[in-house]
Ligand binder design. Structure first.
Ligand SMILES: Nc1nc2c(ncn2[C@@H]2O[C@H](COP(=O)(O)OP(=O)(O)OP(=O)(O)O)[C@@H](O)[C@H]2O)c(=O)[nH]1
Ligand SMILES: [Mg+2]
Length: 308
């Protein structure tokens, strides 16, 4: 038993060493203080959960369930409460596919989308490095032709990660780059194509139209592509990230999430809120700016880190 707990904590330490406590200190103080579970306590607990972006619906559910359990004598002290909270949050994050779903043959095409500054390009680079480490042949496409320096930024990462890149000119047609990249991947026998995209165009409609066009053009070469559409969300964006997920899910058929910047925030609860509200699963998390700072999402480790 103790060994198992020890192993679990080691895993959490290894896996999320850089992730700061998510709900952390406030909750520990609340639970560890030997206080009785009364109205004031519940109010504080509610505030703490909300401030970690657990979301109103889930928070309400937790508080209501806690009242029932307390009345029934099932939750009496801090340890019970901690166990209850972990179990309750864990049920929201079923063990699902985290790593990319690879096609049995031909390149697996992955579109990386998200608002500007979310961490798309960095995530793409980290993912390229991660997949190369698994022995995959990776090709990346500089599909952000909008932002100045986006292409150079990706070229630097391609050199660092030692992967092929297909790029064009700034101001060029992003869909054409995506098309060329898929064609090149087919010709060269690449296992995976990662396509970077712009986060900001003249407006949201313009952005969505461009992403739609990229999708259409890729399908001329591979009809069921893109096989994965990963939405990159900045954890520090809090409830805004939930809103972004709604918009992208509706227009882009997002297949999974990457939550970045978990190393710098106490707001990891959005993983739970988005899963609950939109049914989207976190596939990877970003815990820093370096090439190794991407991890496949591990729900157990994530829950432990929330309460670390
Ligand atoms: N601390 C930390 N910083 C990150 C992480 N991921 C990305 N960043 C930083 O966030 C900033 C924006 O990252 P980009 O990858 O350029 O974001 P983007 O979505 O491609 O942005 P645009 O191309 O402007 O749309 C950079 O300074 C990154 O180094 C992360 O997991 N942790
Ligand atoms: Mg970018």
């Amino acid at each position: 038993m103790f060994k198992a707990i020890g192993r679990l904590f080691q895993k959490v330490k290894d896996g999320l060493a850089k992730t700061r406590q998510v709900i952390g200190g406030a909750l520990r103080k609340l639970i560890g203080g030997g206080r009785t579970i009364d109205a004031a306590f519940l109010q504080e607990l509610e505030d703490t959960l909300l401030s970690a972006d657990i979301g109103i619906a889930k928070t309400d559910e937790i508080i209501a369930e806690l009242k029932t359990r307390f009345t029934a004598g099932e939750v009496a002290k801090g340890e019970d409460l901690l166990a209850f909270l972990k179990a309750s949050l864990r049920t929201e994050l079923a063990a699902e596919q985290t790593e990319l779903r690879f096609q049995p043959s031909g390149p697996t095409v992955v579109l990386i989308v998200g608002v500007n500054g979310a961490g798309k390009t960095t995530t793409l680079a980290k993912l390229a490095h991660h997949l190369t480490g698994q022995g995959k042949k990776v090709l990346i496409a500089a599909g952000d032709t909008y932002r100045a320096a986006a292409i150079e930024q990706l070229q630097i990462w391609a050199t660092r990660a030692k992967v092929d890149i297909v790029k064009g000119e700034q101001g060029g047609d992003a869909a054409a780059i995506a098309f060329d990249a898929v064609a090149a991947a087919q010709a060269r026998g690449s296992d995976v194509v990662l396509i970077d995209t712009a986060g900001r165009l003249h407006n949201k409609d313009h952005l969505m139209r461009e992403l739609e066009k990229i999708r259409r053009v890729i399908q001329k070469r591979i009809p069921d592509a893109p096989h994965e559409v990963l939405l990159v969300l900045d954890a520090t964006a809090g409830q805004n990230a939930v809103q972004q997920a709604k918009v992208f899910k509706e227009s882009m058929g997002v297949t999974g999430l990457v939550i970045t910047k978990l190393d710098g925030t106490a707001k990891g609860g959005i993983a739970i809120t988005i899963k609950r509200e939109l049914g989207l699963t976190v596939r990877y998390i970003g815990v820093g700016e370096g090439m190794d700072d991407l991890q496949p999402f591990d729900p157990d480790a994530y829950i432990e880190a929330i309460f670390a």
